[in-house]
Write a protein of this length. Structure first.
Length: 495
């Protein structure tokens, strides 16, 4: 598979797209003034402890207090040597005792070191954890968890055993826990030693800063989007990394020289006049990703609707009528939709609870094949997901780890007309509201002028009921189009 990373960087924002066989499958945008804080480490001050919710609010010096749940609190919060790791399964992390209450672990005014695990989303404060994790190129370091693990994406059992054995040899006594990242597959001991030393030295620096600093303050910032992508995404399977900015190109080359010199030759500086996202066909994909309807090649389509609590994705046959029978038509539409759904989930960075409403199929074998196809596609996604079996109604429920705002929420704002609902009142509804308002008028005299200011769109489709109003009330209605008025707004004035 031909894979590329395309980077468009300006002083205002960075945009990065991942292409598989020329098709955009992932896209990230980071504005200079709105950088993500996920991965940053802070020394914060507890502002409120809520035993009833088993959680606490912590002041990090940000606009909103961050949210800390009891399972993200280590027992000995002031002893950095007992911290765990948010990336591990719950049974492998230093968790509080099951009976421990948040009020036993924290008190208001207490200073604690925490790491942001989830950005501010939908007006809610950031989610934080005291289980600090530090990602390197080949390892994830968990300063005080006594654990050695290997990424589940490394499936070869012989290689997994080799990596575990190597870690057990090179890990210094009492150094903490490590997980081998996917990029560590096939690497030698020297490369792991270098990564391990970098991470342990970094943690020591963070510890020293935390001891000297007063809360609330930042004590460690994670890399920006460009270098974070090079660290976390780039691997030997990528053919090229394109960058359209000289400074960013040099930063990437210097960074790769430190962490993975063998990939430096794959970095290319884009020099053409045509904007890089236009040249690679990425701009149109961004525009499509902001629309709810996505057409399939067959003529079917999917509809994606985001709410605050979940994402609903509906599959429809649309223009596709098939060739033989209904079951085959539905199955082929569902199969095509499954592949596109996963691409859209990755492209739009959708997270939380996602409900997929496939077209209902009678054949049980077709249902199983559809689920297997969806599972196969979802393995391409780097984010943590969980999928439930297809229900008898054709629904598949899944969860996807949500760390930051989706692409739609990042690039758009609520419509000033509909307030985010996606719907506005029809012209007929507004006409009837005006009619009811007119019928409330009192003390009118024969032939009196009544001026009604309305939006031009409503003015162009006035209902004939107003002729009846003039006859019944004996008045003269004067309608005036006013472009400054909201579509649903009107103003009635008597003269």
């Amino acid at each position: 598979m031909s894979r590329e990373i395309v980077i468009n960087a300006t002083k205002h924002e960075s945009r990065i797209a991942v292409l598989d066989e020329g098709q955009v499958v992932e896209l990230w945008v980071e504005r200079t003034r709105q950088r993500t804080i996920v991965g940053n480490i802070y020394k914060g001050r507890v502002t409120k402890v809520l035993p009833g919710m088993q959680s606490a609010f912590v002041d990090l010096g940000l606009e909103r207090d961050a949210f800390l749940y009891v399972s993200d609190v280590i027992e000995d919060i002031e002893d950095f040597d007992n911290e765990g790791a948010d990336e591990l399964p719950l049974d492998e992390v230093a968790q509080p005792r099951p009976e421990a209450s948040i009020s036993d672990l924290l008190r208001e005014g207490q200073e604690i070191v925490v790491q942001v695990s989830k950005d501010t989303i939908a007006g809610k404060g950031a989610r934080i954890t005291s289980h600090v994790t530090l990602p390197g190129r080949f390892l994830v370091y968990m300063p005080t968890v006594n654990h050695i693990g290997v990424s589940r994406r490394i499936e070869n059992e012989e290689e997994r055993l080799r990596l575990k054995s190597m870690l057990e040899v090179i890990r210094p006594p009492g150094a903490g826990g490590f997980i081998v990242r996917t990029a560590g597959e096939g690497r030698d001991e020297e490369e792991f030693r270098a990564d391990l030393k970098y991470l342990t030295d970094l943690w020591e620096q963070i510890r020293r800063r935390a001891e000297k600093a007063s809360a609330p303050t930042t004590i460690h910032n994670d890399l920006d989007l460009v270098l974070r992508t090079i660290r976390d995404v780039l691997s030997p399977e990528f053919k090229t990394v394109w960058a359209d900015d000289v400074d960013q190109y040099q930063r990437i080359v210097e960074f790769l020289n430190q962490i993975q010199p063998n990939l430096v030759s794959r970095v290319r500086l884009y020099r053409r006049e045509e904007p890089i996202f236009d040249e690679f066909g990425i701009e149109p994909e961004i525009a499509k990703a902001l629309k709810s309807k996505v057409w399939l090649k067959s003529g079917g389509y999917i509809v994606i609707n985001q709410t605050e609590a979940l994402v609903a994705i509906d599959v429809n046959t649309g223009k596709y009528v098939g060739k033989r029978n209904l079951e085959e038509t539905v199955f082929k539409t569902n199969l095509e939709a499954a592949k596109e759904i996963v691409r859209q989930i990755r492209l739009r960075d959708l997270g939380g609870i996602i409900v997929l409403d496939f077209i209902d199929m009678e054949d049980l074998n077709n249902r199983l094949r559809l689920f297997e196809a969806l599972e196969s596609e979802i393995r391409k996604d780097r984010s943590k997901t969980k999928i439930l079996q297809i229900s008898e109604f054709g629904l598949i429920e899944m969860t996807r780890k949500r760390v930051r705002q989706s692409l739609e929420r990042s690039l758009t704002q609520a419509c000033p007309y509909c307030g985010g609902s996606g719907r506005i009142k029809s012209n007929t509804t507004i006409s009837l509201e005006i009619w009811r308002e007119l019928m409330k008028l009192r003390d009118l005299h024969e032939g009196q002028d009544v001026i009604v200011r309305i939006n031009p769109a409503v003015y162009g489709s006035l209902d004939p009921i107003f002729d009846e109003v003039e006859r019944n009330l004996g008045i003269h209605l004067v309608f005036k189009a006013d472009a400054s008025l909201h579509h649903e707004q009107f103003d009635v004035m008597t003269i």
